[in-house]
Design a protein around this ligand. Structure first.
Ligand SMILES: [Zn+2]
Length: 226
């Protein structure tokens, strides 16, 4: 049976939180991140893409013994400047859940950095254009955010963009239907827990915050049931 659950970690900013940051917990210090990745490697984990997990669940493709998906939301600069080099040394891919409008922000990833991450083996997935609560937008806007973001990223980066990530974890049956109709193979949420094949469009993730450091991170990973 190819139905083993797989942990998907959820990161936001990799960087030091500036004084007075509105959401300091969304910042994971680069030194903490590097220690967390070393811990994973030392404990036999091996990072894979969501596509590899999908191919394992649906087609029986092989996965490493302790697979883990490392997902990075929104498109912050430190995901390339800090996270990518750490993963690159381990020959591990990351999964970038990119908000299209992030490409325009001076604090976020410019397109050439996204290209660099793709060249290093990262998977690019869609996270809408403007990051609205998709349960509160009209149908035209829902389609533009869900389908339009996929088309925009495909045209810009010439990669499949086969997975979707709900902004702020907000979804309902209507939103899930739009994600399926747009042709995505699956979608990630902020629901806490392992990702399971029966939840392809509502995959759980494990949030990693700035306050986890190494000890909290190890606790979260050791608490997983395999
Ligand atoms: Zn987000």
């Amino acid at each position: 049976m190819h139905d083993r659950p797989v942990p998907i970690l959820m990161y936001h900013v990799i960087g030091d939180a500036p004084a007075g940051a509105a959401f300091p917990n969304l910042f994971v210090r680069p030194s903490d991140f590097a220690e967390q990745m070393s811990w994973l490697a030392a404990h036999g984990f091996h990072a894979v893409t969501l596509h590899q997990v999908y191919d394992y669940w649906l087609r029986g493709a092989p996965l490493p013994k302790r697979p883990i998906v490392l997902s990075f939301d929104d498109g912050y600069l430190g995901q390339d400047t800090h996270a990518m080099p750490v993963l690159h040394k381990l020959h591990w891919p990351g999964v970038l859940n990119l908000k299209v409008d992030a490409l325009k922000s001076p604090y976020a990833l410019p397109p050439w950095r996204v290209q660099q991450m793709l060249a290093a083996g990262w998977e690019l997935d869609a996270h809408t254009i403007t990051h609205p609560d998709l349960t509160r937008v009209d149908d035209a806007r829902l389609w533009q955010e869900v389908h339009g973001s996929r088309v925009a990223l495909q045209q810009m980066f010439h990669v499949p963009v086969d997975f979707f990530c709900y902004p702020s974890g907000r979804y309902d049956a209507h939103v899930v239907a739009a994600v399926r109709r747009a042709g995505y193979l699956g979608a990630t949420t902020t629901n806490n827990g392992l990702a399971r094949p029966q939840d392809l469009y509502t995959l759980g993730r494990i949030r990693i915050d700035g306050s986890d450091h190494l000890a909290g991170f190890a606790r979260k990973l050791q608490g997983l049931t395999h």
